[in-house]
Design a protein around this ligand. Structure first.
Ligand code: S3P
Length: 185
């Protein structure tokens, strides 16, 4: 469905999506982009483009720490001249500086689902380096437990996604954000 924005683009804030792998950040980001007409900036995509290789290869060749440094560097430089949909990697909240930068960018929205649902979604694709282990379910569980409170502290808004399609999540985000609830079609 095409959507037309009638809100004042200068008056709205960016929407920043955070959450675990499998939360649907990338897909919901695309839906939000379509619905709002705002530009979409994906930190994973930007880091991958800067290295000229996929994230899994960055982890393999340079290690996680280098990836995390690049992630922070991208955020430091990310100052869109217009509000944007900002999609992040699941681990971006691990650095305090990153959280501060995300909060400066706009409204931070945490996409939530129960652990089993998140893992099932995350494991559907094999491009996630942190899950390329012998016991991905245990690794995921550990990350989930370690990160929950960090996401909670970083989030301005939280949204349950377990039973919703990506488009329904996008719609729910927009209706929670009053500034976006002007006339849309
Ligand atoms: C990571 C999540 C990934 C990607 C990298 C590390 C994480 O992004 O940034 O593999 O630490 O949770 P998605 O959340 O989009 O899978």
């Amino acid at each position: 469905m095409a959507s037309t924005a009638y809100w004042d683009v200068n008056a709205v804030k960016s929407i920043v999506l955070i959450g675990m792998m499998g939360a649907g950040k990338s897909s919901v980001g695309r839906c939000l982009q379509r619905r709002t007409g705002l530009v979409r900036l994906d930190t994973d995509e930007i880091v991958a483009a800067e290295f000229g290789m996929p994230i899994a290869q960055i982890f393999g060749k340079h290690g996680e720490e280098k990836f995390r440094d690049a992630e922070t560097e991208v955020l430091r430089k990310l100052a869109p001249d217009r509000p944007a949909i900002v999609v992040t990697g699941g681990g971006i909240v691990l650095r305090r500086e990153n959280v501060d930068l995300l909060k400066q960018l706009g409204t931070v929205v945490w996409l939530i689902a129960d652990e089993a649902t998140l893992f099932e979604r995350a494991a559907r694709r094999d491009h996630r380096p942190l899950l390329q282990t012998e016991n991905p379910r245990d690794v995921f569980s550990k990350l989930f437990r370690e990160r929950e409170s960090v996401y909670a502290a970083a989030a301005d808004l939280r949204l349950e996604t377990s039973t919703k399609s990506h488009d329904e999540v996008a719609e729910a985000i927009l209706s929670k954000l009053e500034e976006f609830t002007g006339v849309r079609e």
